[in-house]
Ligand binder design. Structure first.
Ligand SMILES: *[C@@H]1O[C@H](CO)[C@@H](O)[C@H](O)[C@H]1NC(C)=O
Ligand SMILES: *[C@@H]1O[C@H](CO)[C@@H](O)[C@H](O)[C@H]1NC(C)=O
Ligand SMILES: *[C@@H]1O[C@H](CO)[C@@H](O)[C@H](O)[C@H]1NC(C)=O
Ligand SMILES: *[C@@H]1O[C@H](CO)[C@@H](O)[C@H](O)[C@H]1NC(C)=O
Ligand SMILES: *[C@@H]1O[C@H](CO)[C@@H](O)[C@H](O)[C@H]1NC(C)=O
Length: 368
């Protein structure tokens, strides 16, 4: 009996020391992981904060303010739909959102350029000249994510254009985004179109190449991955470019530019990074921003590349109601229907929509 007890005790002690060893090993691994993680690199000045927020524990904050949504506007100059956003933000909780605007360098948001004080001074001070369909577009996105990451309360990062409108009120939008620990990134395999440039090998293998809508909503850890990327971005700058090159890029030397596949960086960059980093299981692979395409224009026709712009006459209450109620997406090329979900619960797909003229947005605002 005694012997048995003793051996049990010894076994217990051995098990105990094993536990200690395992715990030590785990702590060491954790420490190594933290030191190697992008999160740590990005905000090395705030180790405690990064430690608490590493991984999935995003709801347990080590600080008082509630988690915020960062609304990131990519604009050419002013925000023509500022009035509909002002109404959206006015009915929201001021502590639960922040606003950042990337506009052309030197453009200032103040009372001479916007009717809404929500946007005063919210433009980035380090903005760059963006050429559409050029890697300066993804650089501007990275600047927006970077500026918003500086506020540790920002936990969701929504990229919006100057023609986007909100479809729902603030509290609905907030609840929707916060109830998902995943990012919303439309992302699919893109092999047929020939935009992939093999010069990106070996860093970007063909099977990791992705395409999807530019209009994404990221959780904090994915925004950090994008901002900290120093490897994929230069490859995009060099090997994902429009063809034929825009006039400004070549001047009179058009003939001298070597052929490369036609590539639009903002439709591939974030999608491809997240694929290379094996983060796709942390995504809802859909966009939250509705875009209407004109199905009566044949594929291949250049006009079919551009989304429909809603004018006053198009923005009827019925159409807007129908957009708000869409609850699945048909992927024609894949013969696949995806029912939209947030945190495993079926839900309507869209929180935002584009492209709207001020007239169309005014009509929506009036109809409540
Ligand atoms: C770290 O972040 C917390 C939360 O915002 C803040 O209260 C604290 O002052 C920060 N510490 C440093 C060293 O920046
Ligand atoms: C840009 O700088 C101005 C003046 O220093 C400041 O008020 C504003 O908040 C800055 N913008 C951002 C987005 O940080
Ligand atoms: C926001 O919209 C939701 C559902 O669409 C509604 O239940 C709620 O009352 C609205 N909240 C405000 C503050 O208007
Ligand atoms: C997701 O749903 C589960 C089960 O309903 C719930 O316990 C959890 O809190 C939800 N997550 C978030 C982030 O809301
Ligand atoms: C779609 O394109 C056709 C042909 O150009 C045009 O007549 C029609 O008005 C367009 N529909 C919308 C909704 O823009």
């Amino acid at each position: 009996m005694t012997k048995k007890k003793g051996s049990t005790a010894t076994a217990g002690a051995a098990a105990g020391s094993k536990v200690v060893v395992v715990v030590c090993a785990m702590l060491l691994t954790l420490a190594i992981l933290i030191f190697h993680s992008d999160e740590f690199k990005f905000q090395s000045s705030n180790f405690t904060y990064q430690f608490r927020n590493n991984g999935f524990g995003e709801n347990s904050h080590g600080f008082q303010s509630p988690p915020k949504i960062a609304f990131l506007f990519l604009t050419r100059s002013n925000l023509p739909l500022d009035f509909i956003w002002a109404s959206f933000f006015k009915n929201g909780n001021q502590a639960k959102f922040s606003i950042y605007i990337h506009s052309q360098p030197g453009f200032v948001y103040d009372k001479s350029t916007t009717k809404s004080s929500f946007f005063y001074g919210r433009q980035l001070n380090n903005s760059i000249q963006v050429l559409w369909g050029d890697s300066t577009m993804i650089e501007a996105e990275r600047l927006l994510f970077g500026a918003a990451l500086a506020d540790p309360a920002n936990q969701r990062f929504v990229l919006l254009s100057d023609s986007c409108i909100p479809l729902h009120n603030f509290s609905h939008t907030y609840r929707y985004l916060m109830s998902s620990t995943k990012s919303f990134v439309d992302s699919f395999l893109n092999v047929g179109e020939g935009r992939y440039n093999p010069e990106m090998l070996p860093v970007i293998p063909r099977e990791k190449w992705r395409k999807g809508s530019q209009w994404i909503a990221l959780v904090r850890r994915h925004a950090e991955v994008v901002v900290n990327d120093a490897i994929i971005f230069p490859l995009f700058t060099n090997f994902c470019k429009r063809w034929p090159p825009p006039k400004h890029a070549t001047g009179r030397q058009t003939l001298k530019v070597k052929y490369h596949p036609n590539c639009i960086p903002d439709e591939h960059y974030v999608q491809t990074i997240l694929s290379i980093r094996d983060l796709e299981n942390e995504l809802e692979r859909r966009t939250l921003t509705y875009t209407m395409w004109n199905s009566s224009i044949p594929k291949g026709d250049k006009r079919s590349w551009h989304p429909v712009t809603f004018q006053y006459s198009d923005a009827t209450p019925l159409i807007i109601k129908e957009i708000k109620e869409i609850n699945h997406i048909d992927f024609e090329s894949k013969h696949r229907t995806e029912w939209c979900r947030v945190n495993s619960t079926y839900t309507p797909c869209f929180l935002f929509a584009r492209k709207f003229t001020p007239g169309a947005a005014l009509r929506i605002l009036k109809n409540g």
